[in-house]
Design a binder for this molecule. Structure first.
Ligand code: CP
Ligand code: NVA
Length: 319
């Protein structure tokens, strides 16, 4: 089954979106189907006020352009509002606990929380201690919202997801983890192509392998061969110091024109969550070239996040 023959139910069981580990294939299809529908309606000028009167609190312990914009605009475009809480301007930045923060936010008439932070445990604690839905806007381990937008982009481009081959090159980070989990659940072939020193965490790799087709390899030619999607991410994620040794090990995995040719397919596309560093993990000719879908991915953050918010905060949510 692919989204094409999935019948949306308009609701999901989950209260939170902490990691795509908690979502079944059908629940991921549910989000993507709603994103496709609301995107079409939005482009046709159809108004949506399903989140009228609802407010999302957005906590950022790390920087953001796309995540902040997409969540804030998704709330506005569905009749709701968003409150931006920058860690440095809140008591969280002065070590107030996550559990006290969760309890306070839950008593202020807030309907949901989106948080971008370091530890996955903090996101989980926020969900456990508060009474409102929590969405993971990126942790050191996962970036589920970005991967939903990327799946939406891939589906729009290829008309399917199952059977697509995705090769992720570079650091085995939060993006690699989320691609492995979601890709395996949806029947994609996921290759993480990286030096062994920067492989994804072994427990996440083992979990993803138990779900579907996931391979970790340092062999670039074998890893990229036949790929429909080639993607990468920064060498140094937020919170990591620049390290010349890491840079030297990751540089051979740079996505450049010669690497794109190794797919053997002129139809293959390039994806990157952004922000990108041209000349490091990707060359300008690739990211700005005909195969690149990076701005479609960025645009789809809005539609994917809107679908997540409608399903978690909307009236149809299973309480
Ligand atoms: N891709 C992504 O999450 O972008 P921001 O860091 O700008 O939110
Ligand atoms: N891996 C990157 C993704 C940024 C959107 C980071 O965590 O900084």
């Amino acid at each position: 089954m692919d989204i094409t023959n999935y019948s949306p139910k308009g609701r999901i069981q989950n209260k939170h979106l902490l990691t795509l580990k908690d979502y079944s294939r059908e629940e991921i299809y549910e989000i993507l189907s709603l994103a496709l529908k609301t995107k079409k309606e939005y482009k046709s000028g159809i108004k949506n006020d399903e989140l009228s009167g609802k407010t999302l609190a957005m906590i950022f312990m790390k920087s953001s352009t796309r995540t902040r914009l997409s969540f804030e605009m998704a709330m506005r475009q569905t009749g709701g509002g968003a409150i931006f809480l920058n860690a440095n301007d809140t008591q969280l930045g002065r070590n107030e606990s996550i559990s006290d923060t969760a309890k306070v936010i839950s008593r202020m008439g807030i309907d949901g929380i989106m948080i971008r932070t370091y530890g996955q445990n903090d996101v989980e604690e926020l969900a456990a201690c508060g009474s409102v839905p929590v969405v993971n806007g990126l942790t050191d381990l996962y970036h589920p919202c970005q991967v939903l937008a990327d799946l939406l982009t891939a589906y729009e481009h290829f008309g399917k997801l199952a059977g697509l081959k995705l090769a992720y090159l570079g650091d085995g980070n939060n993006m690699a983890h989320s691609y492995m989990i979601a890709g395996a659940k949806l029947g994609m072939d996921v290759n993480i192509v990286c030096p062994k020193e920067y492989a994804p965490l072994s427990e996440i790799t083992e979990y993803a392998k138990s779900l579907g087709s996931v391979k970790i390899t340092s062999d670039i030619r074998a890893g990229v061969d036949g790929a429909d999607i080639v993607c990468t991410d920064v060498f140094f994620s937020m919170g990591q110091a620049k390290d010349p040794k890491k840079e030297a090990l990751l540089t051979p995995y740079q996505v450049n024109a010669a690497l794109m040719k190794k797919t053997g397919k002129s139809s293959s596309v390039f994806m990157h969550c952004l922000p990108a560093h041209r000349g490091e993990e990707v060359t300008a000719d690739v990211i700005d070239g005909r195969q690149s879908l990076v701005f479609e991915e960025a645009e789809n953050r809005l539609h994917a996040q809107k679908a997540v918010l409608l399903l978690l905060l909307g009236e149809n949510r299973i309480k």
